[in-house]
Unconditional design. Structure first.
Length: 146
């Protein structure tokens, strides 16, 4: 795993978290719609599946995954922040921290720091060469799993 791949783990996990947030909201909305449809309706039933119960079970499992991913993201960001703090060059620290811990877009980093986009990319490339943070056990373990 390269330094850039290691640093980018937070982006990948953040995207997965956002996707799960959206899915949780969709399932919650579906649960609300389904609950309103059957409120007050009493129907004799056979041993059919409880679709609302199934939906709630799926929602609970997804929320548990979401919470675990959030904790994992915080752990990864703490590791990344520690590695970035070890860099002596302040501009490199700033660029890497804004990108990989604060998860800012390149254009926002450039604007916030009065840099051109080109200068931010140049600083980023130079900063990546100074990061001494990818231990052998991390290099061999692969990327964040889905």
């Amino acid at each position: 795993m390269t330094t850039k791949e290691y640093l980018s783990q937070s982006f990948i996990l953040h995207r997965m978290i956002r996707a799960k947030e959206s899915r949780i909201q969709d399932l919650h909305d579906m649960k609300e719609r389904t609950g309103r449809l059957f409120t007050g309706v009493k129907v004799e039933s056979t041993q059919e599946r409880d679709s609302t119960g199934d939906l709630i079970a799926i929602l609970v499992d997804l929320i548990a995954e979401y919470e675990a991913d959030c904790l994992k993201l915080l752990e990864i960001q703490q590791e990344i922040a520690a590695a970035i703090k070890a860099i002596e060059h302040a501009d490199y620290q700033l660029i890497l921290f804004e990108r990989y811990v604060n998860l800012k877009q390149w254009e926002d980093i450039a604007r916030d720091n009065n840099y051109s986009d080109k200068h931010v990319y140049k600083l980023h490339n130079a900063a990546l060469k100074t990061v001494m943070m990818v231990p052998n056990d991390i290099q061999n373990c692969g990327k964040v799993s889905a």
